[in-house]
Design a protein around this ligand. Structure first.
Ligand code: AP5
Ligand code: MG
Length: 184
């Protein structure tokens, strides 16, 4: 069965952790714009060079660097039978772009899942992880950017959105997500 899932939620909510698990179970690609950008930075590509300073500051990378990348990725062979998007769309413009792209590709997203976790838990998780953008000041900025630019995407999806309690063990969260995906 084709599955096209969009994972939303603040930094540290568990999007990557859960997307990886579900993608494996459903045998579909896990497409994380953050991972793609970090890969570009480590390979020192032009995209990576342009993206790095935004990511280090906790700001969104400009849409013109992201949209072509998504168009290209979703057009690849392995994405025709389904995918999980993690970290995209990140603002309402990106959500509008995705709707248009999917209609061009004659696809539909099946399910939009937003992981909800209290800020103090998010901050503790990120400080414990210690990725390059997990310093205290950058975490604070990432959370602000989430509230200002990404949270409105929840409203964009309206009744297609499922809010899922993410403040539990990874296993328990996976179970909640599976229940929703399987009922859809
Ligand atoms: P991105 O890579 O997307 O990072 P993020 O959204 O800030 O989120 P994280 O990856 O930190 O958290 P997550 O929700 O994936 O949680 P995870 O599973 O890792 O983006 C990074 C940057 O790239 C952005 O700031 C921006 O600059 C740029 N960017 C990316 N996409 C973009 C776009 N579309 N447009 C513009 N710019 C873009 O878990 C976090 C930690 O918590 C881990 O250590 C994990 O082990 C732990 N954990 C997870 N679940 C649990 C649990 N249930 N219990 C306890 N610990 C848990
Ligand atoms: Mg992530």
């Amino acid at each position: 069965m084709t599955k096209r899932l969009i994972f939303l939620g603040p930094p540290g909510a568990g999007k990557g952790t859960q997307a990886k698990r579900l993608a494996q179970q459903l045998n579909i690609p896990h497409i994380s714009t953050g991972d793609i950008l970090r890969g570009a930075i480590s390979e020192r590509t032009p995209l990576g060079q342009k993206a790095q300073s935004y990511m280090d500051r906790g700001e969104l990378v400009p849409d013109d660097l992201i949209l072509d990348l998504i168009r290209e990725r979703l057009s690849q062979e392995d994405a025709l039978q389904g995918w999980i998007l993690d970290g995209f769309p990140r603002n309402v413009e990106q959500a509008r772009f995705l709707e248009e792209l999917l209609s061009e590709l004659q696809q539909n997203s099946d399910c939009v899942l937003s992981l909800d976790v209290p800020d103090d838990v998010l901050i503790a998780r990120l400080l414990a992880r210690g990725r390059k953008d997990d310093g205290e000041e950058t975490i604070r900025r990432r959370l602000e950017v989430y509230r200002e630019q990404t949270e409105p995407v929840n409203g964009f999806y309206g009744d297609r959105l499922h809010i899922v309690r993410g403040n539990d063990t990874p296993e328990a969260v996976t179970q909640l997500l599976q229940d929703i995906v399987n009922s859809g």
